[in-house]
Write a protein that binds this ligand. Structure first.
Ligand code: CMP
Length: 142
């Protein structure tokens, strides 16, 4: 299976709950490696650009306001089948529908404050990684 990289955000609700380490541990236990990581507070403009694909959705403005309401951890995860694996570990977008033992089932508050974001496909992973990281920010992990 191919080694992939995917983009991940630990959202303001999870940072506020002080569960960054517990979330990263779940990625590591599943065989994913952190190859870049940074804590940031997004500007409204940054959040708006990042989520531009949802611009026409009714939740867009609230989502952008939420994403810049507190610090987040942006990171790049690497490993076999990393994109799908990350999505399995996160669980469904709506924590009420997320499977037991997933990050969102265990930590998320609501569909908006849903603890984590993860890329949904290889092309979006590339774009999302490049949105926050330059090539020299990504470390090789062997
Ligand atoms: P995320 O994986 O970050 O991608 C887009 C985000 O939009 C999603 O997680 C949710 O937090 C949010 N979202 C998706 N659908 C809804 C909805 N119906 N109402 C509010 N927020 C939503």
């Amino acid at each position: 299976m191919a080694i992939e990289r995917t983009f991940s955000i630990i959202k303001p609700d999870a940072v506020a709950k002080n569960v960054i380490g517990q979330i990263v541990a779940r990625f590591e236990q599943a065989g994913l490696r952190v190859v870049a990581s940074r804590m940031i507070q997004m500007s409204r403009e940054q959040a708006g650009q990042f989520y531009a694909v949802h611009k026409e959705r009714p939740f867009y403005n609230d989502l952008c306001a939420y994403m810049c309401s507190g610090p987040v951890v942006v990171q790049v995860l690497e490993g076999e089948n990393a994109i799908a694996k990350n999505r399995d570990i996160m669980g469904a977008t709506d924590p009420k529908k997320a499977a037991k033992g997933t990050i969102r089932a265990d930590f998320a508050e609501s569909i908006e404050a849903n603890s984590v974001h993860g890329s949904d496909a290889p092309d979006t992973a590339k774009l999302e990684i490049a949105f926050f990281f330059s090539g020299s920010d990504l470390c090789s992990r062997k």
